[in-house]
Every structure is written in structure tokens, then in C-alpha cells.
Design a protein around this ligand. Structure first.
Ligand code: FES
Length: 56
């Protein structure tokens, strides 16, 4: 499922990045571009990020 349509970032891609060591929204934005255009996806991306961090 796409989280960020502007940058074509999926929830899978976010989970993969967390598995690779990303732990903040800032890092996620730098390596995927998520939230760097319209910003509508930031809330959802943040939720996925936090959920994943709880599970590692
Ligand atoms: Fe992510 Fe627009 S949907 S920046």
C-alpha cells in the first residue's frame, strides 16, 4: 500500500528502512523522500515508523 503518493513510498518500504536501522522521521525522509512534497503522508508514515520501532 502506498503511504506517500508523491514519492511512491509504500508501507513495506518504510518497514524495510526500519529494519535497516532508520529510527526517526528525519532519516526516513532523507532516504525515501517520504513527506517531502505535499506532506499529507507524514502522519501515516510516522505511525508506521513508530509501530515498527515497537516491534524491533
Ligand atoms: Fe507524501 Fe505528498 S503524499 S509528500
Amino acid at each position: 500500500m502506498y503511504v506517500c503518493l508523491c514519492k511512491a513510498v509504500t508501507d513495506k518500504a518504510i518497514k524495510q528502512k526500519v529494519a535497516e536501522g532508520v529510527s526517526t522521521m528525519r532519516e526516513l525522509k532523507i532516504c525515501t523522500g517520504v513527506g517531502s512534497q505535499c506532506g499529507k503522508c507524514i502522519c501515516q508514515a510516522q505511525q508506521i515508523l513508530h509501530n515498527e520501532l515497537v516491534h524491533i
